[in-house]
Design a protein around this ligand. Sequence first.
Ligand code: UMA
Length: 444
Amino acid sequence: MRYAAVIGYGKNGQANVEALLHMGYQVRVYDDSPISLSDSDGDSSAVVWTGKQIPDELEVVIKSPGIRMDHSLIQRLIQANIPVVTDVEFFQTNFDFPVVGITGTNGKTTTTTLVGEIFRQAKKEACVAGNIGVGILPCAVHAKEGTWFVLELSSFQLESCAHFQPKISTIINLRPDHLAWHGGYEAYKAAKIKIWANASSDDIIVVNQDEPELVAVGRESKAKIIGFSIEKELEEGCFLRDNALVYRENGSTVVIAKLDEIPLKGRHNYQNLAVAVALSRQAGVGFDPIRKAILSFRGISHRFEWLGMHGKRGFFNDSKGTNTEASVAAVQAVVGRKVLIGGGYDKGEEFGEFFEVCHRNQVHTVVLMGETAPKMKEAAKRAGILTILDASNLKEAVALSMENSQEDDWILLSPACASWDQYKSYEERGEIFRQVVMQIEETD
Ligand code: UMA
């Protein structure tokens, strides 16, 4: 009998338990909070573990990504010479599937989903999994040989990897993020660039040519380098030319699609499109399925979701921005003058830095709703935002945003708060926003 343990019994841990049981392991499950095992795990092969004693027979421990390596149980396991890994490392050492690995600070989920859509269009067997919310290991135990794994990878997952070696991979972009968790930018960057650490000359890394820091990291790699850019033309790779997304290889340039026929909008999304095209092309996908997938992909609901031009303003639904970090990404991604609709359930977050970022990124007006409105108002004032307004619901918030903006401004719902004070979920909040916006006449 083989023994394994799982630390953390959230989404990731539950998936790991399921896969380990399928592989025939006896599994011990630890969590700092009280847990009861789900019915399907509750046979005698999986038991709750207090972590007080470390059984000699433990072969491997899979930790959830959000559990820090300095957690006391993990430290005790390491001292006892028991390997502690994330699902990504376990996947690498136990399975042999071709992998497209996608990390970066912003745009991971959109890019990963889009690559999955392109593969589907090309009729290429693929599992889309990882930080996106789908466990890698349950997919792996059920996948057919040769299935591509399109993996969204977080810095938390990569940090403790030692052997992970995706066939094709990218770091879409790199900005300070999760600094408290990693203990600073250098540690965060070190975790992210592990995605390229083991790349061999048979592997391909897709490098953002607009970020000199990533170009420099890429140069250290033995892998073949393919570029993408939204700022310049390249010898090889995916970039923008004459308002179109184009791909250049072997000296010839193919127009994938004109920007005005692509439903995804915003420069941040052009970056996601360019990298997704380059990754897919390197996995052998033809231009036709790439083009078809791009023309039908409308983004992920509630995440930087482009709702179109209405009343001559561009509307984005980022209801999924439920914390300041997520909303900072949205505010930075939408370039130009904008109104931010924010506020909601109070999780105890502070908003000082958030509004400083808003101020630096051309948010001229904020419209606030919900429990956090009073404290957000103070923070917005301190950051120097000129127009700060209250709204009791999204209809009023949209009307105020229209009144206080000018043609070609962006109006962005990215609340930086959960929705539970006024709505069942961020999905409900986003749906209501969409309905209100759709009532405003569509314009070019
Ligand atoms: N726990 C402990 N001790 C600790 C910390 C956590 O026991 O010190 C326990 C918690 O009680 C909980 C479990 O560990 O029961 C972990 O739960 P969780 O909510 O932290 O994580 P999961 O539900 O397993 O979700 C994780 C990812 N979460 C994190 O990395 C923090 C999800 O990414 C991912 O989708 C999911 O696995 C499926 O693989 C989310 C995320 O926010 C989207 N990721 C960050 C990001 O994208 O920036 C990294």
